[in-house]
Ligand binder design. Sequence first.
Ligand code: ADP
Ligand code: ADP
Ligand code: ZN
Length: 215
Amino acid sequence: MKLIMLGAPGAGKGTQAKMIAEKYDIPHISTGDLFRYNMSSGTELGKQVKAYIDKGQLVPDDVTVAMLMDRIGQEDCRKGYVLDGFPRTIQQAEALDDALQKEGTAVDMVIDIEVDDQSIVERMSGRRTCPGCGATYHIVHNAPREEGVCDKCGEKLVSRADDAPETVQNRLNVYHEQTQPLISYYNEQGILKEIDGTMKMDAVFGQITAFIDAM
Ligand code: ADP
Ligand code: ADP
Ligand code: ZN
């Protein structure tokens, strides 16, 4: 089962992808998490991508595609995966399709989570993430039991630097210009499912599982 989560920054891709990964026992692959892991551990790749991410721009396709291909080539990805934050450009989507075609497989379903820009800005300002285990919270919509502390591992929660309002606006512009065209790209392949992402998290997840179970 090869799934792609599509949607604006803050639409809820990561939140849903984590739940899908758990329910269907497939790895959750977030290119944003992979980049952040490389930045915090100070790798060459981390140094290379930091300036783009800080400005809310996309990391160049060649770098991103190479990292993603390396990840999906690993053993745990044989049974499938849920991609979160990849592809973000037509070029990335084509690179993925070509690579899968060579092994005689293809993407099974693309789940597009639709949220208006105004709700996105509100979501990003309230997003908190755990540097320890990668869990994501929202100060209003998905608050941790104890304020500022991760339920799962007890680490202190942080706001991502690129969730600052100025950067969020850049990321939204980039989304509309470069990522939104993927909606028609996958619609033409007949594998696109659209979901209203302004519903509560559990309702969004209910629709996603209904789509997957009907596949
Ligand atoms: P969000 O889910 O809030 O949009 P991500 O964690 O997916 O954020 O991405 C954070 C940043 O990492 C992006 O703004 C971009 O700079 C970079 N990034 C992540 N995935 C990609 C990708 N597929 N192509 C290019 N840049 C990416
Ligand atoms: P993405 O991975 O698309 O950038 P996240 O899953 O990190 O998005 O969600 C962005 C923020 O919005 C987080 O703070 C998350 O807790 C919150 N969130 C996610 N889904 C919903 C929802 N259905 N309703 C309200 N808030 C949500
Ligand atoms: Zn944690």
